[in-house]
Design a protein. Structure first.
Ligand SMILES: C[S@@+](CC[C@H](N)C(=O)[O-])C[C@H]1O[C@@H](n2cnc3c(N)ncnc32)[C@H](O)[C@@H]1O
Length: 392
């Protein structure tokens, strides 16, 4: 059986997600705006839920059709055999996307209303009671993506978005999104076989995601029963779901091939990241310490240093303090991390030039709403400049 699926992600992560889907066994892979369309066998489709690290949501396409007007959209929605997909006891909601923005003939609220009416009609035509709408916590979310007079009707198979791994506790003011951290590690070709250090770990997102990669641990393996959207669909195959989960559990290796280090200057964040790692069940695979980046010494001859630098005056100092910190970080890298790759995630309008090293790669990313650079440096041998002797 072949499923037409699409997975969503921020636009700059699309190539990373394409590679991940190809590795998983997806076929006919096609990049789109903030999404990757692909086909999959039932086995690959089931595995993708717990296994994809860089996708935000996974959706199963039900129909693509012309829907240039409100009436056409309603007709198309009502023609879909929704009662075969979910039964009347499930609650549902419509997630409408008017992708043409201001150019859209239909607004998001028009789309929501017409698709909802079409779904209800599809049930009543079969003399079935229509399922109840629950906009807050629906069992089934129908996504209607309308662009250039066409609508893609899909069912959100994942339920809660896939960055919600379940390990995150409150307590850090600027945690990185889990899917972004996983995507960055993938962009850096991290596979667990080289030492990794995050010297500004905050709530521990990089080291925890790295540990899961190194252990071949599926990031959503601990999601509870009923938390995925797919589990509420009528054709849900619980036997295959369980067998897939079992296989994914056995793929986890007992220990990371190379060490993972995490530290932060603030002891309360180190404690928080330890607790997050415990919830992710990778606490034994990460070595935590309280330490300033500036006191770090490379814990191995080579490896990957990855850090999300504090931004602006949030670190509590003046703009000059921030410049000084960036410059001191550059000095620490030059002096003590020769042979390492250092990847710094910085806000584009931060004083990142003060790091004083020329990046080998510069990747534009969005960190939430903040335009950011991932600056990647290969730290080579470095000699401090010796002052020329002055002529007498
Ligand atoms: C942007 S946050 C990192 C967030 C982290 N990536 C996460 O996902 O939670 C930056 C962190 O750098 C830490 N920090 C600030 N100055 C530091 C220094 N000199 N050495 C080490 N850590 C420092 C802060 O305590 C903060 O947790």
């Amino acid at each position: 059986m072949d499923f037409h699926l699409y997975a969503t992600c921020p636009d700059e992560i699309v190539p990373t997600l394409v590679a991940e889907i190809a590795e998983l066994g997806g076929t006919d892979i096609r990049s789109a705006y903030k999404a990757v369309h692909f086909h999959a066998t039932k086995e690959v489709y089931y595995a993708a839920h717990r296994q994809l690290r860089t996708a935000s949501r996974l959706l199963r396409v039900v129909r693509e059709a012309a829907a240039g007007s409100s009436q056409m959209l309603y007709d198309q929605a009502s023609r879909i055999a929704w009662p075969d997909l979910f039964d009347t006891t499930r609650t549902f909601a419509i997630d409408a996307i008017a992708a043409d923005g201001k150019e859209s003939a239909l607004s998001a609220s028009d789309i929501t209303r017409r698709v909802r009416e079409g779904v209800v009609q599809s049930f009543t035509r079969r003399q079935l009671k229509a399922p109840r709408v629950d906009a807050e916590a629906p069992r089934v979310t129908i996504v209607a993506y309308v662009q250039k007079g066409r609508c893609t009707f899909a069912i959100d198979s994942t339920g809660k978005s896939m960055d919600k791994r379940g390990y995150r506790l409150e307590g850090h003011p600027a945690p990185l999104k889990e899917t972004l951290a996983a995507a960055i590690l993938r962009m850096l070709e991290y596979d667990g076989t080289r030492p990794l250090l995050d010297p500004m770990c905050g709530s521990g997102t990089f080291p925890i995601e790295a540990a899961m990669i190194a252990l071949h641990k599926a990031p959503l393996i601990h999601r509870g029963k009923g938390e995925f959207g797919i589990e509420w669909l009528s054709d849900f195959d619980r036997e295959l779901w369980r067998a897939t989960e079992e296989r994914q559990r056995t793929e986890r290796v007992p220990a990371t091939p190379a060490p993972i280090f995490a530290s932060d200057i603030d002891p309360k964040f180190v404690d928080l990241s330890r607790r997050d790692a415990l919830r992710a069940r990778v606490e034994r695979d990460i070595q935590f310490s309280v330490q300033s980046f500036l006191d770090q010494r490379a814990p191995a001859a080579s490896g990957l240093l990855v850090a999300n630098l504090p931004y602006g005056t949030r670190i509590g100092g003046t703009p000059d303090d921030v410049k000084q910190l960036y410059s001191d970080i550059g000095d620490t890298l030059k002096r003590h991390f020769q042979g390492w790759t250092a990847a710094l995630l910085v806000a584009q309008d931060s004083p990142h030039k003060f790091v004083g090293l020329k990046p080998n790669r510069k990747i534009a990313l969005m960190n939430g709403t903040i335009p950011a650079w991932l600056l990647v440096y290969e730290i080579r041998a470095w000699r401090p400049k010796v002052a020329e002797p002055q002529e007498a």
